[in-house]
Design a protein around this ligand. Structure first.
Ligand SMILES: [Zn+2]
Length: 220
């Protein structure tokens, strides 16, 4: 997996200090589960943060916390059926990491996709986060998502397939961090549906009036 889009330092710092709410944290953790580069940076931040908190040297950082995180990340390597939770084996076929699969219903044999129209499907993750929404999206190969910008921040982590927009080309493992100022029209790669996690803290702003009118109905 060649990852070219990483978590920004600011976001990683917020994540490591616990400043991110649940929905954003899932996106960062999902990227970390795929990206050894960011895991290494995260480890360093943890050491520095731990040392600052305890006023001791980096070597004395609580091993427990650190190892728990690493264990969780290790769970996602490779996605063999054994490593992915048994009742979430189907999630592995889309490259969905455990940190996301943990939020999906466990009593169904198939992912409970809900149609958003235009062939796009979503599953809203069942978090306790009231400030942001995390949703799994499946967008058909070759599809253009309607033009939109954002009232707030949007994080997207790709699990399978990929997309291109004005900011670049995104494939499995890549994370996209957008502020409210960017208007974009993601275009899904040909050949494979794009399954990704999208976290938003406000409704998207679609340029197309018809799409905007339908927003309350489709819940995005
Ligand atoms: Zn990374």
């Amino acid at each position: 997996m060649k990852i070219t889009h990483h978590v920004s330092d600011e976001l990683l710092l917020d994540y490591s200090s616990g400043a991110l709410s649940e929905a954003w944290s899932i996106a960062v953790a999902a990227h970390l589960s795929k990206c050894s580069h960011c895991r290494a940076t995260y480890s360093e931040l943890e050491e520095v943060g731990g040392a600052l908190l305890t006023g001791s040297s980096a070597g004395d950082v609580s091993d427990d916390i650190f190892e728990n995180v690493l264990e969780r990340l290790d769970d996602d390597k490779g996605f063999s059926a054994k490593e992915v939770k048994k009742n979430a084996e189907w999630a592995g076929s889309f490259g969905i990491p455990t940190v996301v699969a943990d939020y999906l219903p466990t009593n169904s044999t198939n992912l409970p996709w809900k149609s958003l129209g235009l062939g796009v499907n979503q599953i809203v993750l069942d978090t306790k986060d009231k400030s942001a929404t995390a949703r799994l999206l499946k967008i058909p190969a070759g599809k253009k998502v309607p033009h939109h910008s954002h009232h707030g921040r949007e994080l997207t982590v790709v699990f399978s397939g990929g997309f291109t927009d004005v900011t670049g080309d995104y494939g499995p493992g890549d994370i996209q961090e957008l502020g409210g100022d960017v208007e974009h029209q993601p275009w899904v790669r040909e050949g494979e549906d794009c399954v990704c996690l999208a976290v938003t803290d406000a409704p998207l702003k679609f340029s197309n009036v018809a799409v905007r009118l339908a927003q309350p109905l489709i819940g995005i």
